[in-house]
Ligand binder design. Structure first.
Ligand SMILES: Cc1ncc(COP(=O)(O)O)c(C=O)c1O
Length: 372
């Protein structure tokens, strides 16, 4: 089956390892196991031998109970039977789309977003319609456009809240309107929520599954919890959706890594502490970025509301890929070209790295801008 190249991942494959100032990736500055143990208050000398003594079986097939309980604590109405663990959110998005989309179904996806949400259903022969998020609307969906796109064949509406790359956050009343539109078409809403919780203002935004029975939430340990190396994500949804996903998952996963799930369970037991660390990082770093954008006369952006990324627009006459390749090759600074999101005259910044790297990367970026 043919599928379009995954542009953002190919970009990262090509350049990420060589970056000196990586302000292109999207996780909140990752933590080590030592840091996780310290933050959790576990006594390492007691904890580690217990882990080392575990027999490495397949573990719990649908996900370790402690991990699933931790996931449930991030929602209002999810129970362990509503959760299926996966190999990252990338595995979860793939699994959901593979389990529910049939050829010729209509699938509506926001753009820009993580490319899986539109290129996977397209590869299955679905009729994919793109709902463009525009800077003039603060990268929020135009619901009249969405209403016009929905027809009786609409199977799923894919959204990403908070949005990667723009950092927009759909407010609850708008989310409820999207649900109403989906409900009228009897469609699912798949909401990629891997940045949920990383807000600039206080408050924990609603998950789609807490307001819609046909809502499907995809989450991850990578971004909000700084543990991408565990490669764990999940699907949270009604039991019948989980059953459909489980049937398909049997064919390509068996179970997630048992050790990964142990550490993820520990992390989510301490979710409040990790969230506190990470919210303060994204807020501190966004202040740094904001100051920088305001002083750079050739740059502008829609200030993000949440997540870890923003789209930086420039007024030079240069394609986004060339802009980013030159920056990377000459200054070792990694951004991600707008072209990876079907956009031009912009690049995505990931501002949740260490503050030091962000400051140094922006300084180098300023030097580069002077040469244009
Ligand atoms: C919106 C979105 N969804 C999913 C993923 C995949 O994340 P994971 O590391 O959990 O597979 C990413 C990673 O960048 C992302 O930005």
């Amino acid at each position: 089956m043919k599928i379009k190249p995954f542009k953002v991942e190919q970009w990262m494959n090509e350049f990420e390892d060589d970056a000196i100032y990586n302000i292109g990736e999207t996780c909140v500055h990752s933590i080590s196991l030592n840091e996780l143990l310290e933050l959790s208050g576990e006594n390492t000398e007691e904890y580690i031998p217990k882990v080392l003594g575990k027999r490495l079986t397949y573990g719990h097939i649908s996900g370790a109970p402690e991990f699933k309980e931790g996931i449930c604590s991030l929602y209002e109405r999810m129970k362990p039977q509503n959760i299926l663990t996966t190999h990252g959110a990338i595995g979860a998005n793939h699994l959901v789309l593979y389990s529910i989309v049939e050829p010729e179904d209509r699938v509506i996806s926001v753009l820009p977003t993580y490319q899986q949400l539109y290129s996977i259903p397209e590869s299955f022969g679905a009729d994919v319609q793109l709902l463009k998020l525009k800077p003039e609307n603060n990268f929020l969906p135009d619901l009249n456009e969405l209403r016009d796109m929905v027809n009786e064949k609409t199977k799923v509406i894919c959204i990403n809240n908070p949005n990667n790359p723009s950092g927009s956050l759909i407010p609850e009343d708008m989310l409820r309107e999207i649900v109403e539109i989906a409900e009228n078409a009897n469609a699912y809403v798949l909401c990629d929520e891997v940045y949920r919780g990383l807000t600039q203002e206080e408050g924990y935004s609603k998950s789609i599954v807490d307001i819609y029975d046909k809502g499907i939430s995809v989450g991850s340990m990578s971004k909000v919890f700084s543990l991408a190396g565990l490669r764990l994500g999940w699907v949270a949804a009604s039991e019948d959706i989980i059953a459909k996903c489980f049937e398909h998952r049997d064919y390509n996963m068996i179970s997630c890594g048992m050790l990964d799930e142990i550490f993820a369970g520990l992390a989510l037991k301490n979710a409040d502490k990790l969230l506190k660390r990470n919210k303060s990082m994204v807020r501190r770093n966004l202040a740094v970025l904001d100051k920088w954008v305001n002083k750079e006369t050739h740059m502008s952006y829609v200030k993000p509301q949440a997540g870890t990324t923003a789209l930086l627009y420039y007024d030079y006459d240069i394609p986004s890929r060339a802009f980013c390749v030159n920056l990377m090759k000459n200054y070792g600074v990694l951004l991600t070209p707008g072209s990876c999101f079907e956009l031009e005259k912009c690049a995505r910044i990931g501002y949740a790295c260490s503050t030091e790297i962000l400051e140094q990367g922006l300084e180098k970026l300023s030097e580069y801008l002077k040469t244009l």
